[in-house]
Design a protein around this ligand. Sequence first.
Ligand code: FAD
Length: 474
Amino acid sequence: MVVLGAGVGGLAAGYFLARTGKYQVTVLEKELVIGGLCASFEHDGFVLDYGAHKLYSVIPGVLDEVTALMGERLLRLPKKNRLFLDGHLVDYPLKLGNLAKVLGPVRFLKLGLGYAIQVGAGLFRRNPPRSYEEYIIHRFGRPTYELVFEPLAEKVWGDPASLHPEMARTRLPASGGMDLILRLLGLRKETADTNAEYFFYPRAGFGDWPHALAEGIRAHGGKVLTSVAVQGLELEDGKLASVLTQYQGETKRFDCDYLISSLPLAMLGRMVFGDKDPEFDRAIEGLQFRHLLLVYISVKRPLVLEDQWIFFPQRNVVFSRLFEQKQMNPELGPANRTVITADQGRYLRAQNTFFLDDHVVIVEAGSLAEVKRRRLAFDLVLVNILAKTIVELCDEGLAETINPGGQIVCAGLIESQEDEVREALERAGLEVIERFQDKDWVGLACRRALPAHRSSGTTWPARNRNVMRPLFRS
Ligand SMILES: Cc1cc2nc3c(=O)[nH]c(=O)nc-3n(C[C@H](O)[C@H](O)[C@H](O)COP(=O)(O)OP(=O)(O)OC[C@H]3O[C@@H](n4cnc5c(N)ncnc54)[C@H](O)[C@@H]3O)c2cc1C
């Protein structure tokens, strides 16, 4: 049994299968470390997670399994999180009393009216909600939806009108109108189903959970191998025979009877269907990836927040949540300093996303003007267009799209046009560092100079890349 990927998904599958005693389980992970999105990493004396993670489930048996596996390694923490609205911190789940204080009487009345309209309309409503949007509007009314839920859902999951109502139901389970009013007024307590008051967290950082699963696999005779990048599947007589991988620059084969994959679906699909299957291309057309940017802010204070995390639904705030790692366990960092993590997500279409080694390559239609407007800059820019257009783009600011110290490769030039392009590149501040030729075709590789105060060494781009890489996941 081969399991692809050692995130919690792959490891949990491997653990439960190994435990049956029926399978010889081997988990293959391309990174040096296991855990995927649930890993933790060490930086500057801190143990840090990839954003706020908590262990909780309303699915019967799940928490029993996790607590049995991890025992004393788990902390049981009271949940502390709020919303930041109009400059105020508001309890989450929402309480009417707090909203009234924050919004003032007129806006608060509007929310109440919106809610009353929905209660009235509910008496005549026959059809169940068809989307996240409808579910929330039916429960809270449109003004509350537009104030809190719509912008927050947009930031975290995407367009609420196209999200399945189940997304809302599992987070805000349906209950009678009176029950909701009592809970909003704070007169009825939340239950474990509506909003549990506690959760579990591994005392050594969230990444201890995948480690406990890996230990469980090994204890049952299985293996968890890292730095093994899965690249393809081999079939014999139409049946899966082995998994092809790269390990330390060499191809390595793992024979298997059964395969479980936790890799991104488009990646697995490519391995199964290749890149010439129109049906597969059509099937993944609508699939999207969520791109996540995490920014870690180090602060010279013992603690900054009173909550474990705070949601920021408002559109004028670019991130969706702030999280303080030491609120989970103060021992995860030095006593006199803390780290706050801000997360920001965005959706990318799978069809336009490719994986090249450990880099994610995103294809987007656009123009130089659009790249400049969004102030995007890259370590490597590849240009394969007409010489005349390259000259025009150089004059329009092509060099600004390259990070200082980064490179641009202009290929597919006709030999007779080389000088013209070379001059334009140099005029734009790009130094030609390599020329290559194949018959009549010429390519020029150029570098954008580092700013004067940074040009003495290579530390800036190298350090910048090292810091960003573990923080960027898609
Ligand atoms: C900010 C944030 C907060 C979250 N909070 C919570 C929470 O509170 N509670 C909760 O339950 N969930 C939470 N989640 C969701 C949870 O993190 C994910 O659902 C979970 O980590 C997914 O696990 P996975 O194993 O399916 O995928 P991943 O963690 O993505 O694991 C996939 C693994 O496959 C590996 N891989 C990829 N390509 C290859 C290859 N070619 N060869 C070999 N290996 C490969 C990757 O390196 C990775 O290790 C949160 C997610 C985020 C981003």
